[in-house]
Design a protein around this ligand. Structure first.
Ligand code: SAM
Length: 251
């Protein structure tokens, strides 16, 4: 499997952060493209909370979630079983080497992955390969240049910069959002449709905990403290800009 440094990690804080997500809250841009009977691939499904929504939307079709982390596959499988969802399957795999034949899926979805990858175009080409001709892809990532963070103290700005540097150092790109259309076009997709929205973290500690833990892991204890103080500020705002792109494989 391709060696990837994934910044967020898989600890309890990260899981609390991700399992809040649903198809309606984070994948709404893709809902109009889903229909009963489709077979969908969810690339980097994480704990599978969005995948479950896809399973419900395409039943009696099915969704296959892949993730490079065995712990995520285990969690996603257990969560789907716990919800009585029988049409969601999960498999450990890298997006760079999908274990499926050409033209296997009607649709490919990927949420919050491409910003962590050093070779997003290569990943998108692999998605193109497993899509049927005319099939649809929907991807979404944040764009950190679109964030609104308040109150904007120099220390908080420094903390955000340090977190971004960690992700960029790990081979990711915190400005991937605005590049999604170009990435999909360069991979061979056509008819891209870009959209953007804000996610407002309320309470602020939902994002504050994730950021401060990473800063601490990187040895920036003072900046981690700044974020923890910020997240108790009643005027605190962290509005995250999400960009999505939907495109097609040529028929
Ligand atoms: C931020 S989480 C997103 C999870 C889920 N899609 C969501 O939005 O809630 C990113 C996921 O990408 C996975 N990941 C990172 N690099 C990967 C790769 N090359 N192939 C497959 N999964 C990868 C990580 O294990 C992690 O579960």
């Amino acid at each position: 499997m391709t060696n990837v440094q994934y910044t967020l990690g898989w600890d309890e804080t990260a899981m609390r952060f991700l399992t809040r997500r649903t198809l309606d809250s984070h994948g709404a841009f893709f809902v109009p493209y889903l229909a009963a009977g489709m077979h969908v691939l969810d690339c980097a499904c994480g704990p599978g909370s969005i995948t479950q929504g896809i399973a419900r939307a395409v039943a009696p079709g099915a969704v296959t979630g892949i993730d490079m982390s065995a712990s995520q596959i285990e969690m996603a499988t257990a969560r789907a079983q716990g919800e009585g969802i029988a049409n969601a399957m999960f498999r450990e795999a890298s997006i760079y080497e999908l274990p499926f034949p050409d033209a296997s899926f009607d649709a490919v979805f990927s949420h919050a992955l491409l910003e962590h990858l050093g070779e997003p175009v290569r990943a998108a080409k692999e998605c193109l390969r497993v899509l049927k001709p005319g099939g649809v892809i929907g991807v979404a990532t944040p764009d950190w240049d679109g964030f609104i963070v308040a109150p904007e103290t120099p220390e908080l700005v420094a903390a955000v910069r340090m977190y971004r540097e960690a992700q960029d150092r790990n081979g990711g790109d915190t400005r991937t959002g605005r590049k999604l259309g170009t990435i999909l076009r360069d991979a061979g997709f056509v008819a891209p449709r870009m959209q953007a929205r804000y996610e407002n973290y309320d309470p602020s500690r939902i994002i504050g905990e994730v950021i401060s833990l990473q800063l601490q892991r990187d040895g920036h204890d003072r900046l981690a403290e700044v974020v923890r103080e910020w997240q108790t500020d009643p005027e605190g705002l962290w509005a995250q800009a999400w960009v999505s792109c939907v495109a097609r494989k040529p028929a």
